[in-house]
Design a binder for this molecule. Structure first.
Ligand SMILES: Nc1ncnc2c1ncn2[C@@H]1O[C@H](COP(=O)(O)OP(=O)(O)O)[C@@H](O)[C@H]1O
Ligand SMILES: [Mg+2]
Length: 351
């Protein structure tokens, strides 16, 4: 921490005032039976309007300890962004109890803002027409970051995120990957204790994704920054997070190690083979089977628990094999399968 004393004082004041004792082991983020219901009005015909409710987050509970890196995944519309918005105080929960660093986010949003950083992948917090550095200068003032700390953090973030050549470039001229790095730096200038990232790698190329992941690991290692990361990319989780939470239809359906998620959800892998020319579906021993043929390329699904070697040998012996790769199931498939298997059972933390 760049300024440990201040943080300690703030916490002391907190426990005095609110009677909480948020120790280093205690939960830094506490979510207890939290719900968010949206009232939506839909036009039905010319004059008629229909009101209905969307239960975006449905009684979820979890805690995150200081310094943890947690992945938050689920299909589109599952409630991930709504959860993040409640954790930042942008949205007020319809029910349940929420605390971040002992603070009720929607009640004391400004006070909390000094202790959290947020990155929304689909939206920038940077000033579009200004050079990147100007956004940082504005944040320096907005967050009243002490000069020395601002300079130190800026130098460090510019180096780690390789922003040196970009500081004078207007944000609208940055590529998506550059802009994302710029946004992440902006979220960390004031030394937040927790960083929420909502789809920070969406649309990024492989190199940019790798950079962002490396950076997150580094920040966490150096400063014990708590990280909550929503993503569609299972590799983000694999490379960054030790724990993953899965939300579907507003309910938490899994909370645990990524390895456990694989066991629950990962039934099959896919061997993709390129043959010299078109063939009818290759013959493979069950339960492996061809699931798709496209010209000389064929997709063979096989149990994830088995090595691919036997299958590869068998195909190579009988067909003119040119190239191959093995695909892990994508995140949507993992979740879909896991949820299907869990359907009918109570969610992990049902009330
Ligand atoms: N401001 C809003 N008003 C009405 N419905 C909303 C609003 N924000 C989100 N929703 C609905 O809540 C559900 C969860 O959305 P969201 O949290 O954005 O999902 P995710 O981020 O997991 O894709 C969706 O059905 C979405 O349409
Ligand atoms: Mg979202």
């Amino acid at each position: 921490m760049a300024d440990g004393t201040q943080v300690v004082q703030e916490r002391g004041e907190l426990s005095g005032r609110m009677g909480t004792t948020e120790g280093s082991e205690g939960a830094f983020i506490e979510v207890d039976g939290v719900e968010k219901v949206f009232d939506v009005r839909r036009r039905k015909g010319l004059l008629r309007r229909e009101r209905h409710q969307v239960r975006a987050v449905d009684s979820i509970s979890f805690t995150v300890a200081r310094g943890e890196m947690v992945g938050y995944i689920g299909p589109n519309g599952a409630g991930k962004s709504t959860t993040i918005k409640m954790l930042t105080g942008i949205l007020t929960p319809s029910g349940g109890r929420l605390r971040v660093a002992g603070i009720d986010p929607s009640r004391e949003r400004t006070r909390l803002a000094h202790r959290i950083g947020v990155v929304f992948g689909q939206r920038t917090t940077l000033w579009w027409d200004l050079p990147l550095i100007d956004s940082y200068k504005l944040m320096h003032r907005m967050y009243r970051i002490p000069d020395a700390r601002y300079r130190e953090n800026l130098a460090r973030l510019v180096e780690l995120l390789d922003l040196g050549d970009l500081l004078e470039v207007p944000v609208r001229q940055l590529s998506l990957g550059q802009r994302m790095r710029g946004d992440i730096a902006a979220a960390l200038l004031h030394d937040p204790e927790v960083l929420y990232l909502d789809e920070p790698t969406i649309g990024l190329d492989v190199v940019s994704k790798t950079r962002v992941r490396e950076f997150l690991r580094q920040v966490n290692a150096e400063r014990a920054t708590t990280v909550l990361l929503t993503t569609h990319d299972l590799q983000d989780i694999e490379q960054v997070c030790s724990r993953v939470m899965v939300i579907d239809h507003g309910r938490l359906v899994y909370d645990g190690a990524l390895a456990g998620l694989h066991e629950v959800g990962e039934g099959e892998r896919t061997l993709v083979v390129d043959l010299e020319r078109e063939f009818p579906p290759v013959e493979v021993p069950a339960p492996a089977r061809v699931v798709r043929v496209d010209g000389p390329r064929q997709w063979v699904a096989f149990p994830a628990s088995e090595p691919a070697a036997g299958l590869v040998t068998r195909i190579a012996e009988r067909y003119p094999l040119v190239d191959l790769s093995v695909r892990e199931p994508d995140i949507e498939a993992v979740i879909a399968q896991m949820y299907a298997e869990r359907a009918g059972r109570a969610p992990t933390q049902s009330s």
